[in-house]
Design a binder for this molecule. Structure first.
Ligand SMILES: [Fe+2]
Length: 265
């Protein structure tokens, strides 16, 4: 196992983002990115939030889009729920909800920054040419989804890896990264498992028993308040865990040469 491709820091710099984009590193860990007391107070607010729903992940099976349940609840409607739908109301609901959900997260964190707002501002400040809320269909996207996983179904996220890649019809990024801020982490398990393979393209159909065909993985054990950014077009999984809920705030980051980083969910 090669841990040298995991970069640890306490401060995001342009070089760290470039390392991810250029495949020099597989993941960037920013320790204590969000203060522990802010993590705790946001966790309490999210537990009381009535907008929690099942989070599904899209895969391609027999050339059809299939939404998989990995035992994760989420607060915030993800853009992947609108893929391949002809239901205009669902698409409208996504855009209508985007700013509402962003504001709701701000209310939960008030008077502190949300972890996603903090990340977006820092990326804008350190990365040339900046960072911005994405707008794929001339409308602003959601930024910041809370994902809540419980012990009982946590094995579902471990069985097989998956990858995340925005369909090219929305935007043609050179790289897609995922950023997770960990508000609560289980003591036993819950590692982020990464494989240093080639980037996958949006329509890649992954083999059955993919895990068995991949090289050895690298596991990262996040701590409360850590931010982890990784290339999510590569296979990844979340290990089963025991104990308290695992709660993260997540956002995707798209990179295209010469363009600002684009954030969305
Ligand atoms: Fe993922």
């Amino acid at each position: 196992m090669d841990n040298s491709i995991i970069e640890r820091t306490i401060e995001i710099k342009q070089k760290s983002i470039e390392n991810l984009i250029q495949n020099e590193t597989l993941a960037l860990i920013v320790e204590n990115f969000y203060a522990a007391d802010l993590c705790d107070s946001l966790y309490i607010k999210l537990q009381k939030d009535k907008n929690s729903e099942i989070y599904t992940h899209e895969t391609i099976e027999d050339n059809k889009l299939v939404l998989q349940n990995y035992g994760v609840n989420r607060i915030g409607l993800p853009f992947n729920s609108t893929y391949n739908t002809s239901d205009a109301e669902l698409i409208n609901a996504y855009y209508r909800e985007a700013q509402v959900a962003r504001e709701r997260l701000r209310q939960h964190c008030y008077p502190a920054f949300t972890p996603i707002d903090k990340l977006r501002l820092i990326l804008d400040e350190v990365f040339i040419p900046g960072a911005s809320v994405a707008h794929f269909q001339n409308k602003k996207m959601l930024t910041g989804i809370a994902r809540i996983s419980s012990e009982s179904l946590s094995y579902l996220s471990e069985i097989q890896p998956h990858f995340d890649a925005l369909p090219l019809k929305y935007a043609e990024f050179d790289k897609q990264l995922a950023a997770n801020i960990y508000l609560n982490t289980p003591e036993d398990g819950g590692e982020l498992e990464l494989w240093n393979s080639l980037d996958l393209t949006p329509l890649t159909q992954v083999p059955k028993n993919w895990r068995e065909k991949l090289p050895p993985s690298i596991k990262i054990k996040p701590k409360k308040g850590d931010l982890i950014i990784f290339n999510c077009r590569k296979p990844h999984a979340i290990c089963a865990f025991k104990g308290k809920e695992r709660i993260t705030i997540q956002v995707f980051i798209g990179y295209k040469e010469g363009m600002p980083l684009m954030l969305w969910n």
